[in-house]
Ligand binder design. Structure first.
Ligand code: FAD
Ligand code: N01
Length: 555
């Protein structure tokens, strides 16, 4: 769309889509570069994930100390987390505090959904359209739209017929929901369902949990934070953050050195027990070197978890149904719960195995499976997201030659480093597909991407370069690298949203980079250090140098 065709156009240096943690930090960094910035956010407030997911029990599965910004020493000293795993309201408060503290709100326009982003080749600008009628043009466009921000409700037959109330965990009413005395059905037993079910069970008169796949869930063992623990962590933040940045998941845990099957069973189970009790994200999966790659090794950890489930659920048949068996441990995001399995010991809570008797659809009265109709007052969809590409492709940016991203990504997302896609100059994804993103402590990954993109833009400005994009060659090599790494693991063996398997018709491609946060950071740093090898700058500047992952390598 040409400038002249756009109405109500505001011209800025950078448009940022999304005011979650990624958008907030990007505003801060862009401003420090002296850019004019407009952030556009669909919601009424900041916080992204933590603004939308207000279901009962919502909290982080990475310790609060880890799941927080490291970019400002004063911020980390002044903020006090109250619990080991903060609740959604507390994390939202933190996001609001960050926005206040750095004066970010004045750069954000809320209640504004970006509906289009078109690259104007003549003007070398992005034309950004919104649902409010106000449009923008910008040299740089940042998609900080979130990996888990397009919620998904399966297309159940008769969805509209149901007479009761329906909720999705990711668009929970702000005023909360009272389930007292009601017959409630929860569909889905991923992280959201597993967190919400125990609390819904506390209120509901009756609860039916519709489970298609039993998930691996570890106990949060949450607790209030002791002032002495807080003081200790504050003293060591500098070293701790540094370790996190170079770790595998963005949370420092011991690096494994042994293979699971080389260790006697008793010793192995003792190690699993320690990891189980640590509450550290990724600790159990990182107990041995081969849990992510060797099915037999993985089964030792999987069986350890199943034994725990059996010890918590009194009814042995029910315990088997709740014991995860269909996918290797860790190939879906491991859940963290408080009293999830114990909830099924309550007389008013019933598990409906919808793998055995699939959901046929919804009726006026409730959920109909192939054998029965479950009469309900309320249905909670804990059915997840069109993850990683959903929010990007809803906007469906149009790049060079009028090619849309949907066309370019028809067979799955294609990026260089998860940051940019060839043919889409100056469009940057924060924690996009092809980066560690959802396999990591996301705040560590967000900071790394925002810092890296900011450095790139600064370099361009210093050198008078106006456009940058990935070369097709670098992108092909990176996509191959991401696929190859994933193929060497057990991840592709489960029907996860990492693979797009939860959305009918979505290409089945493993989307995140599995090589780990530290190794990925080194790649990115080396790309920058080799004059942004693999990126093409505009012809007035200079051409890209050829890229191959092995050519960049690790130093
Ligand atoms: P988001 O927080 O998703 O923010 C994106 C924003 O973009 C949203 O506000 C959305 O409204 C906006 N947006 C999207 N499209 C448009 C558009 N077209 N126009 C305007 N605005 C738009 N990760 C962890 O590492 N640890 C955890 O413990 C953890 N817990 C989680 C718990 C839940 C319930 C969920 C759903 C996810 C969790 N995650 C966790 C992942 C979490 O999404 C990230 O940690 C992080 O919050 C993502 O921040 P973000 O800014 O990238 O994206
Ligand atoms: O979504 P999910 P989520 N019929 O996709 C089921 C993060 N997060 O919102 O497994 C019946 O994991 C589906 O069944 P199956 C975290 O990264 C973190 O729970 O496909 N069931 C599954 O059980 C997480 O991974 C936290 O067989 C159907 C469930 O719905 C991500 O967000 C908390 C169905 C969806 O699970 C997504 O989690 C919350 C159908 N037709 C979220 N379709 C923390 O603890 C889907 N399902 C930090």
């Amino acid at each position: 769309m040409k400038l002249a065709q756009q109405q109500n156009v505001t011209d800025v240096d950078m448009v940022i889509v999304g005011a979650g943690f990624a958008g907030l930090y990007m505003i801060h960094k862009a401003r420090a570069l002296g850019l004019t910035v407009q952030c556009l956010e669909r919601g009424e407030g900041v916080g992204g994930t933590w603004y939308w997911n207000r279901y009962p029990g919502a909290r982080c599965d990475i310790e609060s100390f880890d799941y927080s910004f490291s970019f400002d020493a004063a911020l980390q000293q002044e903020w006090e987390w109250t619990e080991k795993f903060a609740t959604q309201p507390e994390i939202l408060k933190y996001a609001e505090h960050v926005a206040e503290r750095f004066g970010l709100r004045r750069s954000i326009r809320f209640n504004t959904t970006v509906t289009s982003a078109v690259f104007d080749e003549e003007a070398s600008l992005w034309r950004i359209g919104t649902d409010t009628g106000r449009n923008y043009s910008a040299k740089y466009c940042i998609f900080a739209v979130g990996n888990l921000s397009s919620s998904s409700i399966p297309e159940f037959e008769g969805l509209e017929q149901f007479n009761g109330r329906t909720f999705h965990t990711a668009s929970w009413p702000h005023e909360g929901v009272d389930f007292t005395g009601r017959r409630v059905g929860v569909i889905g037993t991923g992280s959201s369902g597993i967190q919400a079910i125990p609390l819904i069970a506390e209120q509901a008169a009756h609860l039916d949990v519709f489970q298609r796949t039993a998930n691996y869930s570890l106990p949060a063992l949450n607790s209030n934070l002791d002032p002495a623990v807080i003081a200790e962590r504050k003293k060591s933040y500098v070293e701790y953050r540094q370790a996190a940045r170079h770790s595998y998941t963005g949370v420092p845990v011991d690096t494994p050195s042994q293979r699971a099957l080389d260790v006697p069973e008793e010793e192995r189970n003792a190690s699993y027990e320690r990891a189980w009790k640590s509450g550290k994200y990724g600790a159990l999966l990182r107990t041995y070197t081969d849990l992510e790659t060797n099915p037999e090794a993985n089964q030792t950890a999987a069986e350890f978890i199943r034994t725990k489930v059996r010890s918590k659920v009194k009814d042995t048949v029910l315990a088997e149904k709740l014991s995860p068996k269909l996918a290797p441990f860790g190939t879906k995001r491991t859940c963290l719960d408080t009293n999830y399995y114990e909830t099924f010991n309550l007389p008013h809570v019933r598990l409906v195995d919808v793998r055995e008797t699939p959901i046929r659809g919804l009726t006026k009265a409730g959920v109909a499976t192939t054998t029965e109709t479950y009469e309900l007052d309320d249905i909670v969809f804990a059915t997840g997201f069109d993850a990683m590409t959903g929010s990007i492709l809803r906007i469906n940016p149009v790049g060079r030659g009028g090619r849309s991203l949907k066309q370019e990504w028809e067979a799955g997302p294609r990026t260089f480093l998860g940051i940019n896609s060839a043919g889409f100059p100056n469009l940057f994804f924060i924690t996009g597909p092809g980066s560690p993103s959802v396999l990591s402590n996301m705040i560590v990954s967000i900071e790394q991407h925002v810092d890296w993109v900011t450095d790139l833009i600064q370099t361009m400005r210093e050198r008078g370069i106006s456009l940058v994009e990935a070369s097709a060659e670098a992108q092909d090599a990176w996509v191959a690298e991401v696929n190859e790494l994933a193929a060497g693991t057990l991840y592709p063996q489960s029907n996860s949203w990492y693979l797009g398997a939860n959305i009918p018709g979505k290409p089945r491609v493993f989307m995140p980079y599995v090589g780990g946060v530290g190794r990925y950071r080194q790649y990115c740093d080396n790309v920058a250090a080799t004059d942004y090898k693999g990126f093409t700058f505009d012809p007035t500047a200079r051409q890209a140098s050829a890229y191959s992952p092995s050519g960049v390598g690790l130093v």
